[in-house]
Design a protein around this ligand. Structure first.
Ligand code: PLP
Length: 356
């Protein structure tokens, strides 16, 4: 019998979440962001549930080749663009749209002869200070690229640093106004947070990532509670041992939980080598047989302990949901001081994944 841990990926939930995006940004076309192995969900498994997207956005040429080879004919956006001249031949062959964010990429474009022309997204730095041209330089960069024979359609893009805050895009929008003055072009500015909370920034193409997978861009699940988004990934396992503690007994490495009275605990086949966070110490929400309870003590490499007081009927073999529909991934992330993005992407390769 196999170790009972498993990640389930709900493809209907993914389709539902794409429809939520459509309703939130009805005038925009949608780049579904499937980088990082579709945020840990498995690109091969999930991309076809996103077939109704207008385009797919990613980072690696391998990811682009995979979806092309599986039959995706629509647009593909490479979010960090190309890295060297050779990449441009792949971009041309696989019809990839490239983000252009730096002068060194313009130099490569200028000095490389490849078949056809490249559609590009000119990235403006609106305050994130990672990639992109400064607003004051965008006009000149734009004109330079526009004059190049191997450049096809051009779109202006930015990536907001603070779209999860109510007034978080005001200064970025001012930069955009400054930069795009006089440019009549398609625009793509909005990530998940801007799609949900800044409709003025939607424009021609939106780029949802985390909300497609049913988690919150802010890290707090309450912020998306009324949006209709559904969790896509469920990490589940089972209780593989039950212990009855006496007052004074401790649990796990470092003896960090100590029972104050007789208490039943369950040992779950899930640990940090599966991608469950090691810092989910005593008190992190978890569900056993559909009842919410809490972790106890330190998470080990392959196991963790749960409080069975709220679930007296639980036995070896009882179903455990580490995150999913009963316990949101955002709740677990919040308990360990991170966000759902990180937990999804950190799911370990040893965990079998199944579509449902
Ligand atoms: N657009 C770009 C350029 C990104 O880098 C990302 C992800 O980091 C996204 C869109 C999607 O962001 P989110 O998952 O917050 O929707």
């Amino acid at each position: 019998m196999a170790r009972p841990i498993q990640a389930q990926v709900d493809l209907e939930a993914l389709k539902n979440n794409l429809n939520v995006v459509r309703r939130a940004a009805p005038e925009s076309r949608v780049w579904s962001v499937i980088k990082a192995n579709a945020y840990g969900h498995g690109l091969e498994r999930v991309w076809s549930a996103l077939r109704d997207s207008d385009g797919l956005a990613m980072l690696n040429i391998e990811e682009a080749m995979l979806v092309r080879e599986r039959g995706w004919k629509g647009p593909l956006l490479m979010l960090e663009g190309f890295f060297c001249a050779e990449d441009l031949f792949f971009f041309s062959e696989y019809r990839l749209t490239a983000v252009v964010h730096s002068d060194w990429q313009i130099n490569i474009l200028q000095n490389t002869c490849f078949p056809g022309s490249l559609d590009i997204y000119v990235k403006m730095n609106s305050g994130m200070n990672r990639l992109g041209f400064r607003p004051g330089d965008v006009y000149t960069v734009w004109q330079k690229l526009r004059s190049m024979k191997n450049v096809g359609e051009m779109t202006l893009m930015t990536h907001f640093a603070d779209a999860d805050k109510p007034d978080g895009i005001t200064s970025a929008m001012a930069c955009i106004e400054q930069a795009s003055n006089g440019l009549d072009c398609p625009r793509s500015f909005s990530n998940s947070a801007a799609i949900l909370w800044h409709p003025k920034a939607h424009y021609d193409w939106v780029r949802p990532g985390i909300i497609l997978y049913g988690a919150s861009p802010t890290g707090k699940w309450q912020d998306i509670a009324n949006t209709g988004l559904k969790p896509v990934m469920t990490l589940r396992s089972e209780i593989i041992a039950v212990q009855t503690l006496k007052a004074g007994d401790t649990v796990g490495y470092g003896s960090r939980y100590c029972a104050t009275a007789e208490q039943r605990i369950g040992i779950v086949a899930a640990g940090y080598a599966d991608g469950y966070p090691r810092h989910a110490n005593t008190g992190t929400p978890i569900s056993v047989d559909g009842v919410r309870t809490r972790t106890l003590g330190t998470v080990s490499m392959d196991m963790l302990a749960v409080d069975l007081d709220p679930v007296p009927h639980a036995v070896v073999g009882s179903y455990v949901e580490l995150w999913g529909k009963e316990v949101k991934i955002d709740e677990v992330a919040f308990a360990v001081g991170t966000i759902g993005y990180e937990l999804m992407c950190a799911l370990a390769p040893r965990v079998p994944v199944m579509s449902v």
